[in-house]
Design a protein around this ligand. Structure first.
Ligand code: FAD
Length: 337
């Protein structure tokens, strides 16, 4: 086996995730983060797009900052399966040798990144909240919370390449879309066989009911233990209804069974970055804050003036939510009529 020195690896790659041709927005967020890393290193930023009939996304990747897109289209890559996706990505890495490879910390990204890092024998830092280049060493500084969010650790992958990291949706800002921006397209053929896929997709069953996409919501009305009961959620639903917002919850509210787990915001829930986040009866524990503190405007409603949520709030209202929330709903209804 020939050994390749780390210096032979160049460039920053972002995996462009798509399901049935629908791109995961975290891919564009990562192109924004990847641009800064590539500029700091003085190298190119590339997107990697795997699938079938997905070439339409190439111009989107250019528009969000990719200088080049590696495209592998193959019927075996139609529905996502770990084995062929991992095989294609591993082969691309071995052929073109990027020094950094970023993926979204979605269910698909978490599955694929682990398989690829294992096959390549390199390191992987999951759920990073910060990515930087150390100019002295050119190493990727991968920062993420550890020990329940009380400590931030910066992790380096010194000996192996590529340096791999995943980032949750909405942790990085969406870069501006540059309409008409052009880049290079590299179509790559990889000999994939259906019988090596290890799994067959028999049927895709769409989830019934209203799917919630908290990480894409522009207005979130979140409730915590301070609501006291599931019945009181009605007041938050009314406020969300008037504003066209989505409900959210602290872990305490989820554990109380007032809302299902997919509504949980925070370290072990979803990271959100809405235009407006209402935190109602939520104390502001660090594990909750890490999931929502990047919201553009935070409105905190709490009867305890010392509640830590007020430290991150744009507007703080000290009071009982049973009085404050209906008054806000009424006023918004009047203003928006
Ligand atoms: P509390 O801390 O009990 O706060 C309730 C608040 O409501 C208080 O501030 C109180 O003053 C206020 N209140 C009470 N009555 C009223 C009223 N009538 N009007 C107005 N305000 C009122 N938590 C998360 O949210 N998300 C996570 O992802 C998460 N992950 C975790 C991971 C780990 C490893 C650990 C250890 C913990 C995690 N937690 C998470 C839990 C977290 O530490 C807190 O316990 C939790 O966020 C508290 O929820 P809360 O703010 O709703 O409840």
């Amino acid at each position: 086996m020939t050994t390749v020195s780390n210096a032979e690896y160049r460039g920053v790659w972002v995996f462009i995730e798509q399901v049935a041709g629908e791109p995961a927005p975290v891919s564009w967020e990562l192109l924004g983060a990847g641009r800064q890393l590539a500029d700091a290193l003085g190298v190119e930023l590339a997107g990697v797009l795997l699938g079938q009939g997905v070439a339409g996304l190439v111009s989107e990747a250019w528009a969000y900052g990719a200088d080049r897109v590696y495209l592998v289209e193959d019927p075996v890559l139609g529905p996502y399966r770990t084995a062929p996706y991992a095989r294609a990505l591993v082969e691309l890495v071995q052929r073109y040798r990027p020094e950094i490879l970023l993926l979204g910390a979605t269910s698909l990204g978490r599955d694929l990144s682990g398989a690829v890092a294992t096959a390549l024998g390199t390191g992987l830092t999951a759920d990073c909240t910060g990515l930087n280049i150390d100019p002295a060493t050119r190493l990727l500084e991968q920062t993420r919370p550890v020990f329940g969010g009380n400590v931030m650790a910066t992790i380096l992958c010194q000996r192996h390449r590529p340096q791999m990291a995943t980032v949750r949706p909405r942790v990085m800002p969406l870069p501006p879309r540059q309409e008409g921006r052009q880049g290079e397209l590299v179509r790559v053929g990889i000999a994939l066989k259906e019988e090596e896929a290890l799994a067959t997709v028999l049927k895709v069953i769409e989830e019934k009911g209203k799917a919630i996409y908290l990480d894409r919501a522009e207005i979130i009305v979140a409730g915590g233990r301070g609501l006291g009961s599931r019945e009181n959620l009605r007041l938050l639903e009314e406020l969300a209804g008037v504003l066209g917002g989505t409900l959210g919850a602290s872990r305490a509210a989820v554990e109380a069974g007032w809302l299902p787990p997919e509504y949980q915001v925070g370290q072990t829930g979803i990271t959100v970055r809405p235009k407006v986040y209402f935190a109602i009866g939520i104390s502001g524990a660090i594990q909750h804050l890490v999931g929502m503190q990047n919201s553009e405007v935070i409105v905190a409603i709490n009867k305890d003036p010392e509640a830590p949520i007020f430290k991150v709030a744009t507007y703080g209202i000290i009071g009982d939510f049973q009085e404050v929330v209906p008054a806000l709903t009424e006023e918004f209804r009047r203003q928006l009529a």
